[in-house]
Every structure is written in structure tokens, then in C-alpha cells.
Design a protein around this ligand. Sequence first.
Ligand code: ATP
Ligand code: MG
Length: 390
Amino acid sequence: MNDILLLKQGEIVLKGLNRRVFEDKLVANVRRRMAHVGKFRVYAAQSTVYVEPLDGEADMDAAFEAAKQIFGFVAVVRAAACPKDPDAIFETARDYLSEDFARARSFKVETKRSDKAFPMTSIELSQHVGGLLAEAFPEVAVDVHEPELTVRVEVREAAAYVHSVPAPGAGGMPVGSCGSAVSMLSGGIDSPVSTWMTAKRGVHIIPVHFFSFPYTSELAKEKVIELARLLAPWCGRMTLEVVPFTHIQEEIRDHCPEEYFTVIMRRFMTRICEKIAVENRCGAIVTGESLGQVASQTMEAMAVTQEPVKIPVLRPLVCMDKREIIEIARKIGTFETSILPYEDCCTVFTPRHPRTKPRLAEVLEAESALDVQGLVEEVVMKKESVPIYR
Ligand code: ATP
Ligand code: MG
């Protein structure tokens, strides 16, 4: 059987002159993701990306699953290709969908015809194929209003395609089409979701993790690597930057007032991320902060946290409830890993009474006890780069 994937382009269809650039990115992303499940011809035509296996070895189940995690498509369809001939289309539908027919009690045929030179209209072709299918499966009734099975026929330039239910695509824009960003990835529930949401808008991600060994264990690092791996089918290949954070935290603990520990620590994180962003030509820093969730996530604390840097700090979760965030975490497959018990660097030396409304002047005064630039440069130099494949 001539099994093929038809990936229906989403928002980029609305792009004007740049459309080619987006489409090329999309095709390149699909090629890369499909490379580990077989040999395919991947090409774009008529707002669709076609994934055609080149031999019998290609794992079409795996290709179909992978396609659902590629940003830029509204729908993902697994179809059978056949010649643009009404009887060939019927035979293909009969054989390819025989299991669907065995389960259904009613069906209809729906035709889309983008090849306007095809000699039959869509309705004529639906009626022709539907009539033959009704004869072939006499126990399945024709029902054009609420059928259990819809046989979809697409007549396109190169061939005709037959399929049943399209799966929803991942939506969004092709990763890499909207620049790059550094994303702060902890081991919690929120930051994998904010990372995913940013990648969904076409952003290539450089995840950064702050690691407080030995206060947080090697296991905490492994957990973040695992989270990054779970994100890779969505975000594509990434390099996780693990920044050793212990020295900075000890310096803050030893030289700054306890109530300011968290906000000063977070200012360091922002500065370090900016430095990594500049080195990698990233346009923004992403965090999983949500307004009011904890003391460091008030508007006042956010203002002080982002004060040292010029590039935008994106907070995709800022107005989301925990419940909504968890729903996405489950959907994208990071939740179960996120809830494994772990220590985050933010829980090391946590003050008993953190300031929820820090005053910048006081923070700057407290920070003046530290060699800020020197510390930032030191840890960026010592960071460990972990390549993340899927
Ligand atoms: P999360 O569930 O993502 O850990 P959280 O609700 O626990 O978030 P905080 O611990 O205050 O919130 O952290 C807020 C954001 O700061 C996180 O979403 C993440 O983007 C970033 N962050 C916190 N700790 C780290 C870390 N160790 N490494 C990298 N980023 C971190
Ligand atoms: Mg956290």
C-alpha cells in the first residue's frame, strides 16, 4: 500500500511574501524529525507537506506520531496515495479503510478537489466512490448527515489520496522561524510548559538550568536533562546549558541580607541568561513565572528581577492558573517527570521571610557587597553544555 503522510500547514498559510522562508523551515524541520524513523521524500505543495516513504523499511507509525509533535501544522493525516482514477480511488478506499468499515455502522464519502482539471466534480466523485463502497460493504449504511465513518478523498496535482480521521496537528509556527530564546528550565511543572509554549511560536530554544551541587543532587540534574529530552520532539535538537550556581548562592548568603536572598539570586539568573543569550544570538529570556504564584512572582519582584538586563523577559504563563498549566504539562508529557521529588536551587537557602515587594535601591545597596560581573563571568565560563536529542 502506498502509505503517505499529509501534513496540513497552519498559520504560515497566512504569511505573505515571507511564506517561502517559513515553508522551507517547516520542510527542513520535518526532514530532520523523520530521519530517525526511515527514508522519506519530504516536499511542500498546495499548503501541505508530503512525507512519502522511499522504501518498505520506513516506520509509518513512528512517522505519524512524530508528525503530531512538529509545530506548524493544523492537521496530520495518514493516507493512501493512488492514481487519479475513480475506480482506483474506490479500490484504495475499500482496502485501506477495510478495518474502519468493519467497525462502522454508517459512512459517507467527502471529496476535496484541488486539481480543477479532474473530469468529475467533487459531488460526482463522492457519489461514484460512495456507491461502490456501499456495494462492497452492504452492512454499512450510507448516512450523509451523521456518519460514523467519513471517507475523505483528496484529488491533488500528483495523485489522489484516501484517508479517514485527520489527527490534530501541534499548531504554532515552525521552530526556528521566529528567532531563538534562552529558556530557564528548572525541574518543576511550570518551566517545561513555558518552554514548550515559546517553541510553539516558532522559537528555537536554548534551555538553561542553574545547578546547585551539592545542595541539589546529581539526580536533580538528570531530571532536568530528562525534561529537556521530553521536550525535544517538540522543540527539536537543543543544547542544554547547565550553569554551576552554588558559588553565587553562597556569596549571596554570606554577604547580603537574608530577606533579599531570593531576589538577588534571581537577578543573577537573569544576567547569566542574558550573557548566554547574547553569545547565541537569542532575542529573549523565557521563564515559567506566573503572577502571584510565590513571593518572587509579584509584579514588583518581576520588575526588580529583570532590571539588570535589556532583552525582553517573556513569561508565557504569567496569567495562567496552576490547573491550566498542569493540563498542558500532561498533554505534552512532562508532568509525570516534573512531579518526581527533587530539590531545586531556589529551595536552597530560602529566606524565612522573603520580600514580596523589594525596593530596587535597597537591592542595589545589598548587591554592592558582591563582585557581580566577576561572578557572572566565572559561572558562564564553567557551564556544561549537554546536547539533547530525542
Ligand atoms: P517551575 O515549576 O518552573 O520550577 P516555580 O513555580 O517553581 O516554577 P520558581 O521556582 O519561583 O517557580 O521559578 C520561577 C521560574 O524561574 C521557573 O519557572 C524557571 O523558569 C526559573 N527557574 C527557577 N529555578 C531554576 C533553575 N534551577 N534553573 C533554571 N531556571 C530556573
Ligand atoms: Mg521551581
